[in-house]
Write a protein that binds this ligand. Structure first.
Ligand code: SF4
Ligand code: SF4
Length: 279
């Protein structure tokens, strides 16, 4: 049985919000019986682009993370819903019934991704229903995927075994795996949002002038284990990525032939730009 999955590439998202706008256009002012009641014009972000800034000037990067209902296979919202108000279709899509779910605010609170919004006027929990009505009408992808200009969002309708192979091939991850809810939304390059980096610049004084040092070897170690390596670019800049937040203190060593090596301690709580290290 083929089921729907959404693949989101964090590195490709530019925060243009076209996916969110297309979704708003689909549901604001429109009822889709059995799938979704009208989306309020304000306050609901069924597709929410979250933003994470890493590092400090001058080495900063910004990642954008589109978050929507993850269509969990072990969905907490289903467990707290009464009267069959939340159901999972055979194709994997989770539907919050726009009639049966009325008054059931516990569905909002049960979602570990904050993907359910409360419609005050209708007293109704609402979330992105994967555009199930469009897929049923023959669409190949939901509107968010067709609207995305960079290909950061795409939908695939495949057997679970094939999805397992795609996940392994493309290095796809789940958001909040610790929640254990088996989402059907998969993220590529999620480290850009969830992990930390250490960045800096290497320089040296040559003939009385401070010069950038290209080609210096930078190594981050904890005890005897090498955690990451980098080589400085033409501007003397380096970056070591995919570190766990709050992971403690590392030894950062910078080596370049003809200069004395430098080692300094770097405490990683969040991403950090250590500035210029002079050899
Ligand atoms: S993301 Fe939230 S609303 Fe969607 S299926 Fe999972 S628990 Fe339910
Ligand atoms: S349309 Fe694509 S690039 Fe734009 S915000 Fe959505 S996912 Fe990101």
């Amino acid at each position: 049985m083929k089921k729907w999955n959404l693949i989101v590439d964090v590195a490709e998202c530019t925060n243009c919000n076209l996916c969110a706008l297309a979704t708003q256009d689909e549901y604001s002012g429109n009822e889709w019986p059995g799938v979704a009641a009208e989306m309020p014009r304000h306050g609901h972000r069924w597709i929410d682009i979250k933003r994470k800034e890493r590092g400090q000037v001058p080495q900063v990067d910004v990642a954008y993370l589109p978050v929507m209902c993850q269509h969990c296979d072990d969905a907490p919202c289903m467990k707290v819903a009464k009267d069959g108000a939340v159901t999972k279709r055979a194709d994997g899509i989770v539907i919050i019934d726009p009639v049966k779910a009325r008054g059931q605010k516990q569905i909002v609170e049960a979602c570990p991704f904050d993907a359910v919004f409360w419609n005050e006027e209708k007293q109704l929990p609402q979330a992105w229903p994967f555009d199930a009505h469009l897929l049923d009408a023959g669409w190949k992808e939901p509107r968010a995927a067709t609207a995305c200009p960079t290909g950061a969002i795409r939908a695939v309708n495949v057997e679970d075994e094939e999805m397992t192979a795609i996940r392994a091939r493309d290095g796809l991850e789940q958001l909040k795996p610790e929640a254990g809810v088996k989402p059907r939304v998969w993220y590529r390059n999620l480290y850009r949002y969830t992990k930390c980096m250490v960045a800096g610049t290497v320089a040296a004084t040559i003939d009385g002038q401070e010069e950038c040092i290209e080609g210096a070897a930078v190594t981050l170690r904890r005890g005897d284990a090498t955690v990451g390596t980098a080589t400085t670019d033409a501007f003397g800049d380096f970056r070591i990525d995919r570190l766990e937040p709050d992971s403690g203190t590392y030894a950062l060593t910078i080596e370049k032939e003809g200069f004395p090596a430098r080692t300094l301690d770097v405490a990683v709580t969040d991403s950090i730009t250590i500035g210029t290290v002079t050899l």
